[in-house]
Design a protein. Structure first.
Length: 340
């Protein structure tokens, strides 16, 4: 099977497995795992922050990061299809008592005018005050798009004294595609999460970075939520290997995604715009094809291609290091044949 459902389906390479089995380890709850510490310090440095915290998932890193910036009973602003609002099962409300209000923009982009209109100052016991703004870069459900007004938003929030939360699950992709260094993105936000198990191919884990005090609080909440772990260095070693070996090659995934988009656009004009495929995610809209997502997904599977749906009429194909250029071309041709 050619699996393009997500870039989370990759398996550790031989080199990554060797790094994992040879990693020095200790008890991370006691702060004694040297490989975890190395990973946290490495990622914090890459993003321009003082400290980091290794977590089991990007969702947990976001929960901890948002919780550190927003108290219960306050709100966080985000785009309507952002991961923190759509794909974390209401955790910020259910666990942290934080509500969200949203703006909506094509590709999940930052819309400064809408954000300005949403920001609510503390007006006493009448309105929920805005505590932070969260931005996803790249934007998953927007089609792997890179945020184009990121610095402008950061400047505006700085002037208002509001912190920025950056969901950078695929920030590595944004950096490689745009040429903007990771530190230029990371240093503008008070809390940043980055994923190791998506484009970079590690089997598990994300890292939250921020100030020493923010990470100290997040570490307490990680344990409080039952997510402390012991000899986690075997997993941290995979993350370190991924950072050292799998970042620059993300450009290959981006090229493969553009190839897929071009094949689908030829088969079903208007379903996808190849020039809007920034990174490794292709979202094709079936509205004009007369096909349903369930139908295309099932028929593609029968022909050896795994893809997913992310909306009533939207298919998603995600390229990654386990899918070669040939795999991606074959998959695209299969899907294209189903769209006629």
């Amino acid at each position: 099977m050619i699996d393009l459902r997500s870039d989370t389906v990759t398996r550790p390479s031989a080199g990554m497995l060797a790094a994992m089995t040879s990693a020095p380890v200790g008890d991370d709850v006691y702060g004694e795992d040297p490989t975890v510490t190395q990973l946290e310090e490495t990622v914090a440095g890459l993003l321009g922050h003082e400290a980091g915290l290794f977590t089991v998932s990007g969702s947990l890193a976001n929960i901890l990061g948002v919780r550190a910036l927003a108290a219960p009973g306050t709100e966080v602003l985000c785009e309507a299809s952002a991961h923190v609002a759509r794909a974390e099962l209401g955790a910020h409300a259910a666990i942290s008592g934080i509500t969200t209000r949203t703006w909506s923009a094509p590709g999940g982009q930052i819309d400064l005018d809408q954000i300005r209109a949403l920001i609510a100052p503390d007006l006493g016991p009448y309105f929920v005050p805005t505590a932070a703004v969260s931005v996803e870069n790249t934007h998953n459900f927007g089609g792997g798009t890179i945020q184009t007004s990121y610095d402008a938003l950061a400047d505006e929030l700085d002037s208002l004294g509001l912190p920025l939360h950056l969901d950078g699950a695929r920030l590595w992709n944004a950096s490689v595609a745009s040429g903007v260094p990771m530190v230029a993105y990371g240093s503008r936000a008070a809390a940043v999460s980055v994923c190791l198990s998506k484009g970079l191919g590690a089997p598990i884990g994300s890292v939250l970075v921020g100030s020493t005090e923010l990470i100290k609080e997040a570490r307490v909440w990680r344990k409080r939520l039952g997510a402390g772990w012991r000899q986690a260095g075997v997993l941290a070693a995979a993350g370190l290997y991924a950072i050292r070996h799998n970042v620059d090659r993300l450009a290959e995934d981006h090229a493969h995604a553009r190839q897929i988009a071009e094949i689908l656009a030829d088969a079903a004009p208007g379903s996808v715009k190849p020039d809007q495929v920034d990174t490794n995610i292709v979202i094709a809209d079936l509205a004009a094809t007369g096909k349903t997502v369930a139908e295309v997904v099932a028929k593609a599977k029968a022909e050896g291609v795994l893809i997913g749906g992310v909306g009533v009429t939207q298919l998603r194909l995600v390229t990654h290091l386990d899918a070669s250029a040939t795999d991606c071309r074959v998959a695209a041709e299969v899907v294209a044949g189903l769209l006629h």
